[in-house]
Design a protein around this ligand. Structure first.
Ligand SMILES: [Mg+2]
Length: 168
């Protein structure tokens, strides 16, 4: 059976953004105060959110799972740091759960699939054809809740998104 396609966001989904902000020097913080996401190397200093890595590994066994994130247009280091982050926390080798499954996009709605876990509805997430699971909201406050919700829908077509793509 073909697995359903699941996308998972990085910032404030798998990644604890605040942990990177906390590690800026005072000088960096003052210089980039209004645009912290452009501080060079900030994405290299971020840690995973609690349970995120375990959830990704679990879900990647039941879904065709990809990371779907955006990197700031004005911060080239973020594009590199995000790949390095995935290597560090999910592995770099063939056979690891995120191997060649990192998609950086400013147009999330162009990716087809059944589920997107994202903390925001911006950058096309609100126009995603499948079901947007909005992370860090009362319904989906943590990875245990999201994992339970998704695993119930991994193989059950009766609770899949009504806009699910069907293949002939
Ligand atoms: Mg995010």
């Amino acid at each position: 059976m073909t697995q359903k396609i699941l996308y998972i966001d990085l910032d404030n989904a798998l990644v604890n953004v605040q942990s990177g902000i906390d590690r800026l020097t005072n000088a960096e913080y003052c210089r980039y105060e209004k645009r912290l996401d452009e501080a060079p190397g900030i994405y290299a200093r971020m840690e995973p959110l609690p349970g995120a890595i375990e959830a990704f590994c679990t879900l990647s066994r039941s879904f065709d799972t990809y990371i779907l994130s955006t990197a700031p247009w004005g911060n080239a280091s973020a594009w590199q740091n995000k790949l390095e982050w995935v290597h560090e926390y999910l592995g770099a080798e063939e056979g690891t759960p995120a191997y060649q499954r990192l998609i950086l996009s400013h147009h999330k709605h162009l990716n087809r699939g059944e589920f997107l876990v994202d903390d925001r509805s911006a950058i096309g997430a609100d126009r995603f054809e499948g079901e947007l699971i909005q992370f860090l909201t009362p319904d989906f406050p943590d990875w245990a809740t999201v994992t339970r919700y998704l695993l119930e829908r991994a193989e059950d077509d009766t609770v899949a998104s009504p806009r699910r793509f069907s293949h002939a």
